[in-house]
Design a protein around this ligand. Structure first.
Ligand code: COA
Length: 181
């Protein structure tokens, strides 16, 4: 695996994950979710121009066709006093630095083939290697649907609290420190 800043080439899998420059490649992309399709086709570029989110695309190296995308932005996570006990006492700041998976979509034809899991793995990698700033957690406001929550649970995300069980999305997080010995 070759990791450059903002780009990962996985020669074993023939995949490349890179920052999107040309958003027109997504015009025929569909992950089966209307809001996410609308975002990637019409809004993702505007978000980048406003410095609100950066979008990455997973492609097969030999074809210029997107298989999946994810948009990332900075975030901060606030734990309750009890939850913070896993942090060293002097590091229990009110907010902990995080990166948020703002949007994630896998092409309908590639779903349930571990592509989403593969991307989450790449994002985890991205934020423990060569960081410009401290980033301890990955967060996501996951659709409150069994299949989506199961997906993030499978990828070792935890629920932040039980306050959002009836909301359309649930906040989940992954502690990147788990990957650093
Ligand atoms: C959710 C999504 C990103 C998952 O990516 P994926 O590549 O399909 O998922 P993976 O193959 O890596 O993981 C599959 C796991 O996710 C869950 N899952 C994903 N799709 C599922 C479905 N349609 N039905 C049931 N479980 C599903 C299951 O836990 C599954 O594990 P299993 O195969 O052991 O049962 C993708 O299905 C997608 O883009 N969906 C539409 C958009 C969306 O809902 N995005 C999430 C926004 S928060």
């Amino acid at each position: 695996m070759q990791i450059d800043r903002n780009r990962i080439i996985d020669k074993n899998q023939d995949f490349i994950l890179k920052k999107v420059n040309n958003f027109s490649v997504f015009q025929s992309f569909s992950c089966g979710d209307t809001d996410l399709n609308d975002f990637i086709r019409n809004d993702a570029e505007k978000h980048r121009n406003e410095l609100l989110a950066e979008t990455y695309v997973l492609m097969l190296q030999r074809a210029d066709v997107p298989i999946a995308f994810c948009s990332l932005c900075n975030d901060a996570i606030q734990f309750s006093k009890d939850q913070k006990s896993f942090l060293p006492e002097k590091k229990r700041y009110p907010y902990q630095p995080a990166v948020k998976i703002a949007r994630l979509g896998v092409d309908e034809n590639y779903q349930k083939k571990n592509i989403g899991t593969y991307i989450i793995g790449l994002i985890k990698h991205f934020f423990i290697v060569d960081n410009r700033t401290g980033c301890r957690f990955i967060t996501v406001d996951a659709y409150n649907e069994d299949r989506v929550l199961a997906f993030y649970r499978k990828n070792d995300f935890q629920f932040l609290n039980q306050k959002d069980t009836k909301k359309p999305t649930r906040t989940m997080y992954f502690d990147l420190k788990r990957l650093i010995t």
